[in-house]
Design a protein around this ligand. Structure first.
Ligand code: PEP
Ligand code: MN
Length: 341
């Protein structure tokens, strides 16, 4: 990483970038409030840091040891905040993403969309290409579901998010949704991560149930390397003791991931208590715990007729329960902010 003074003439910044590319390496430019940072992408052992330090405008040149150099606070010290439509993500605001696990038909997503908007959610979720353990379970309604989600999003003025399960769907999903989700089962799918990042759309990246934080960020780094800094990191529960078929909860919510991720990286962190617990009765307490731990937002599965849901009915809450969750969540978030100031 090369640190330069704020206000350094562009030609001097360019000279450093050119020097890096003359060595066959790529670079990333991050212009913060207090400094300009240039990250080296690739084998930095080829770089003579002494020579770089001698270039105009350079304050320092240091090696970052972590596997996620460009994701780290060392490289980007200030919180990353960005907008999707009118919705601000990261920093001091709190974000509620809500909707059904699967989009079953237009009427269902329209009804639930109404409910979550009324409850105060900012972003509408819904699965179109579902990753399922059983080949015999409902796999999602594909393109028809994407179109229904996009239509309801427009009708309600809510940005949308849906999962991209396969590299072959990237273009299609990017055409219809505002935020692209990479699911827990795909957390190590390097090609998918890179392809999704290259769309330039914000990426909602879920931690895998077996992923250590360092590994999770190591893979997330690829999103930044593709030139995309609109990233939301999601904690959605890790492998429970005894495995997923024996545990009383679907996964184990790793709340410590929230402050750890916030310390390690400047990117927004969202908690998904629905997949973390698999149980409707645990959504409210775990949502409050996530906000108390400092999460920038929540992703909640919502269904108005959970007994008819084609997937994840048992962990879906009713829109009126979402309204209460958001009311309580906002109150708690304000209280947390008063502690910090
Ligand atoms: C989902 O959000 O619909 C989903 C499948 O979650 P996860 O990838 O966390 O299991
Ligand atoms: Mn689900």
């Amino acid at each position: 990483m090369i640190i330069m003074k704020v206000g350094t003439p562009k030609r001097n910044v360019q000279a450093v970038i050119d020097r890096i590319s003359s060595l066959g390496l790529r670079s990333d430019l991050s212009e913060g409030e207090t400094r300009i940072a240039i990250g080296i992408i690739g084998d930095e052992s080829r770089v003579d840091f002494g020579q770089i330090r001698a270039m105009k405008g350079v304050i320092d040149a240091i090696r970052i040891q972590a596997p996620y150099r460009l994701m780290g606070r060392e490289y980007i010290p200030e919180d990353v905040v960005f907008n999707v439509g009118d919705v601000s993500i990261g920093g001091d605001s709190i974000l509620y993403i809500a909707g059904p696990c699967s989009i079953e038909n237009y009427d269902q997503i329209a009804r639930i969309g109404d409910g979550v908007k009324e409850a105060g959610a900012h972003i509408l979720r819904g699965g179109a290409f579902k990753p399922r353990t059983s080949a015999h379970a409902f796999q999602g309604n594909g393109e028809a579901a994407l179109k229904a989600l996009a239509r309801v999003g427009k009708e309600l003025g809510l940005p949308t998010i849906t999962e991209v399960r396969s590299e072959s769907h990237v273009e299609l999903v990017a055409e219809h949704a505002d935020i692209l989700q990479i699911g827990a089962r795909n957390w190590q799918n390097q090609d998918l991560i890179e392809a999704v990042a290259r769309t330039g759309k914000p990426v909602f990246y879920k931690r895998g149930p077996e992923a250590q934080i360092q590994e999770f960020l190591g893979f997330a780094e690829r999103i930044v390397i593709e030139g995309n800094k609109e990233i939301i990191l999601c904690e959605r529960g890790i492998m429970p003791i005894g495995g997923p078929f024996h545990s009383i909860t679907r996964n184990t919510l790793d709340l410590s991931a929230v402050p750890v991720l916030k310390a390690e990286t400047p990117f927004p962190v969202v908690v998904d208590p629905s997949h973390a617990t698999g149980r409707r009765d645990l959504i409210h307490p775990m949502s409050m715990a996530a906000i108390a731990a400092g999460a920038h937002g929540l992703m909640i599965e919502v269904h108005d007729r959970p007994e008819e849901a084609l997937s994840d009915g048992a962990q879906s809450i009713h829109p009126r329960d979402l309204a209460r969750l958001i009311r309580d969540g906002n109150a708690l978030h304000n209280l947390m902010r008063s502690f910090q100031s």
